[in-house]
Design a protein around this ligand. Structure first.
Ligand SMILES: Cc1cc2nc3c(=O)[nH]c(=O)nc-3n(C[C@H](O)[C@H](O)[C@H](O)COP(=O)(O)OP(=O)(O)OC[C@H]3O[C@@H](n4cnc5c(N)ncnc54)[C@H](O)[C@@H]3O)c2cc1C
Length: 671
């Protein structure tokens, strides 16, 4: 990654869109700030994004694999400018130090001034350093940003005995990453188990054993009393057990604190974070806050997914759109520990809440463990150590608070699975509500929508939805969805109307086939009213012409895909609807022309072909309109969509029609 170089003459080099006061200044260039800037820019707002860090935009979450040596610096940088090509411009190396709310002006540490109409604060968090004697010694590191990662990476070349304070998500990932570089690593956690908020005691013990096998020792229920550094550099830790742990490097992962310095200097209401309402408004009408620096409903977020949701909410509110942040169940997966660890829901609270039932499954021989929590019949949380094919489905069900599958308990205790059927093999066949990207909470439906709007590559999908921009483990799933195609990944446009017209066409075809034939009157004089339709030669001729015209139009529409000129006359979705509408018109035309009478020989064959083509066309239309619903119910797949067979049968049924029609017309005129 390159450090950014900025011209000191700010005013002279402002892009034209920023020469005047910008619509919004966004302070903070983490995932939240970039998302706010992009969402505002998409809505036509001019934005200046100020970031204290002087690195080019990078993915904070990938700092752990970087430290573990699994990816290089280049792979941590964002592949595409996260603010997009719109009206947003980001300024690296610009720490906002003061805000004049009357003049609506942000001042940065380098003395630049950024005028704004609205301000969005996304200053995130900073690493928390506990007040332990000696914590300021040399070779003591935090792990929060690219500077920390660069320093730790350099240190990992010589570190032999690393101590990590904190057995939470970040501490374990840092520990495993340092162990992967060849150091002996010991994690010290003052709670009685690892990841206490995400795991229960059994899962934590299993994880601890797995980590031990990977070169990481975990001490739980132990506090660090002092960092020993007789010559200025850390040599060991004095523990609450009275023992001394030798260490030449200390990594402190003892949690984070919301970065609220700027907000406090502005006089905003701040508690643990900047206080916001559900629309991300702060105590000042022109100032919003989102991400890890914000506190909503007594809580400060600590994962990317909810921060991005807050970013979208803030951008919408600022643009006058109704929006409210709703907290989803927190989901966690460890990235580099070398053992799959999954947790969703407020596990710690669920364990103690009355009325919550827990079901566990374990396979000691393979070190697998799964536990689900059910509250009032609904899935409320889950834990897993080791692989679990149903994970995405579990995440989706817990997020949606879905009812627990009927009679799942014996199966779960026996096999460790919640559902009888395996999840569909391809992500393209997942239900719309299924979560594809666990970090950002992006669903299969959202991806399908982006594809329907033109996102045709992995990069475009990432950019449009934010999926796969965090840990990157969902990339294969995105590729499967891309391979499945946009049409199969989401609901067809106007699918309800499409389905209704298709049902009408199919029903009319059935009525034509099954309704009693209009009888031929005994006497010529008895014919009158509706019967004129079928027994007056002139009228019958005109209904015949009408039916012929509708049939010709129907067939010509089939050429829509081949004729370039036709493409300019509206999208395929609209033409398909017209096609089905004409099908209904043809069914009515048949009734007007024949009175449900099939006739003999040629006429009978022609009627049969008409009815079959209409019926199959209606079924094909219905299978197309309800494609996503059918696939949600397990009918068909991306490779074999449910409409495939009815569409082919419809086309097959149509083949004899031109020939029979021609013969019929000739027959009528000849005789
Ligand atoms: C190593 C690591 C791994 C992680 N892994 C995961 C994971 O797997 N899954 C997950 O969900 N979460 C993970 N997280 C947490 C995730 O990174 C955070 O939830 C997310 O970054 C929060 O985004 P944010 O934009 O609100 O804050 P931040 O990412 O903290 O960004 C805030 C930015 O604002 C800048 N800033 C602060 N003050 C100012 C100022 N006055 N002026 C200008 N700029 C300022 C900061 O320099 C920073 O760049 C991880 C975090 C770390 C450190």
């Amino acid at each position: 990654m390159d450090g950014s170089t900025l011209d000191p003459d700010f005013e002279a080099h402002l892009p034209a869109a920023l020469a005047a006061r910008v619509d919004a200044v966004v302070v903070g260039g983490g995932p939240t700030g970039f998302r706010v800037a992009r969402e505002l820019s998409r809505r036509g707002r001019s934005v200046a994004l100020l970031n204290a860090e002087s690195w080019a935009p990078y993915n904070r979450v990938k700092l752990t694999p970087l430290l573990a040596g699994e990816v290089q610096f280049g792979q941590v940088a964002q592949p595409r400018d996260p603010v997009g090509d719109g009206l947003a411009h980001h300024y690296a190396g610009q720490r906002a130090v003061a805000v004049d709310l009357d003049a609506r002006l942000v001042e940065t540490a380098s003395g630049r001034l950024f005028p704004f109409r609205d301000l969005v604060i996304c200053t995130g968090s900073r690493a928390f350093l506990p007040s332990i004697p000696g914590i300021g010694a040399r070779n003591v590191f935090t792990f929060r940003d690219a500077d920390d990662a660069a320093a730790l990476k350099a240190r990992s070349l010589t570190a032999r005995q690393v101590a990590v304070i904190g057995g939470g998500l970040l501490g374990l990932e840092a520990a495993r990453a340092m162990a992967a570089q060849g150091a002996r690593v010991c994690v010290i956690e003052h709670e009685m188990r690892l990841m206490p908020r995400q795991l229960d005691a059994e899962a934590a013990a299993l994880l601890s054993a797995r980590l031990y096998a990977l070169g990481v020792t975990c001490l739980t229920g132990v506090r660090v009393e002092e960092v020993l550094a007789p010559a200025g550099a850390v040599t060991g830790l004095r523990l609450s057990t009275g023992e001394t742990l030798p260490a030449d490097t200390l990594v402190v992962c003892a949690g984070v604190r919301a970065e609220t310095t700027l907000a406090q200097s502005m006089g905003l209401a701040v508690h643990r974070g900047i206080l916001v309402d559900a629309a991300m408004r702060t105590s000042h009408p022109h100032v919003y806050a989102a991400g890890e620096c914000a506190e909503f409903d007594d809580r400060v977020e600590g994962l990317v997914g909810p921060c991005l949701d807050q970013a979208e909410t803030a951008a919408k509110t600022l643009c006058g759109e109704p929006a409210a942040f709703a907290r989803a169940a927190p989901a966690t997966r460890l990235k580099v520990v070398g053992v799959e660890v999954f947790s969703i829901g407020e596990v710690e609270a669920l364990e103690e809440r009355p009325g919550v039932r827990a079901f566990a499954w374990r396979d000691a021989s393979q070190g697998l463990y799964r536990r689900v929590f059910v509250e009032r019949g609904r899935l409320a949380g889950a834990i897993a150590i080791g692989p679990w094919a149903e994970l995405n489905r579990v995440q989706q069900a817990v997020t949606a608070r879905s009812p627990a599958p009927p009679l799942f308990a014996p199966r779960f205790r026996r096999e460790g699975t919640l559902w009888p059927a395996a999840a569909p093999a391809s992500a393209a066949d997942w239900p719309e509500a299924a979560t594809v990207c666990n970090c950002t909470g992006v669903t299969r439906g959202r991806l399908g929508e982006a594809m329907a709007n033109g996102a045709a590559s992995l990069d475009a999908l990432r950019f449009e939805t934010g999926a796969c921009t965090v840990c990157g483990t969902c990339q294969p799933l995105l590729e499967e969805i891309l391979a499945g195609g946009a049409a199969s990944a989401t609901a067809q446009r106007w699918w309800r109307i499409l389905s209704a017209v298709s049902i009408a066409a199919a029903l009319l075809a059935l009525v034509t086939a099954l309704a009693p034939r209009v009888p031929i009157p005994d006497a010529f004089e008895a014919r009158g009213g509706l019967e004129t339709l079928w027994f007056d030669n002139i009228v019958k001729q005109w209904t015949g012409y009408g039916l012929l015209a509708v049939t010709a139009a129907l067939m010509l529409l089939g050429l829509r895909k081949r004729l370039r000129v036709a493409r300019r006359l509206g999208g395929y979705d609209a033409w398909r609807l017209v096609h089905l509408g004409l099908g209904v018109a043809a069914a009515l035309g048949l009734f007007l022309h024949t009175g449900f009478r099939f006739g003999l020989n040629l006429s009978s064959a022609l009627m049969t072909v008409y009815v079959a083509a209409l019926l199959l066309g209606g079924i094909a239309g219905l299978a197309t309109g309800a494609d996503h619903k059918l696939r949600d119910a397990g009918v068909g797949s991306a490779a074999a969509p449910p409409r495939k067979i009815p569409v082919w049968l419809h086309i097959l049924a149509l083949w004899p029609l031109p020939l029979l029609l021609g013969a019929h017309v000739l027959g009528v005129y000849a005789y």
